[in-house]
Design a protein around this ligand. Sequence first.
Ligand code: SF4
Ligand code: SF4
Length: 150
Amino acid sequence: MIEPEAFSCKMCGHCCQGKGGIILTDKDSIRLAELLNITVKELHEQHCEQAHDEKIQLKVAEKDLYCIFYKNGCSIHPARPDICRAWPFFKGNIIDPISLNLSLDYCPGINKDIEHKTFAKQGLEYIKKKNLNHCEKNAPNALKFFPFNS
Ligand code: SF4
Ligand code: SF4
């Protein structure tokens, strides 16, 4: 029997709205600066702010709290940060069924009808395949899958 997909994005944009959280890894900054044809320093000065824990995050618009790169969809899609590529397969959702349950209301793309263990299995496969696991100090905690790395 074919296993149902744990996630299929409905393009609602919910995950692009909210204060903070779009933390950039060093590689994200380099990739996005290249796309925008600016330096990493200019990227950080113009489009980012420091998170409370000194990580670098993308700014959000004051009026509606959408990510500044959200324009009826992601305007930087080819260079979007790893944290955007990884959602909803964040570490919390993969290790904790309660966290996944809370995410169901937020993200209509998550399949409500599958068991947590299926979500976790598909999520880890996706994270490994896309190389989205991070151990660097300044990376988002949601992507620190170690010791799941293998
Ligand atoms: S909240 Fe879920 S369904 Fe909506 S755009 Fe984000 S990932 Fe896709
Ligand atoms: S970078 Fe793109 S996908 Fe990520 S929050 Fe901003 S608009 Fe959404």
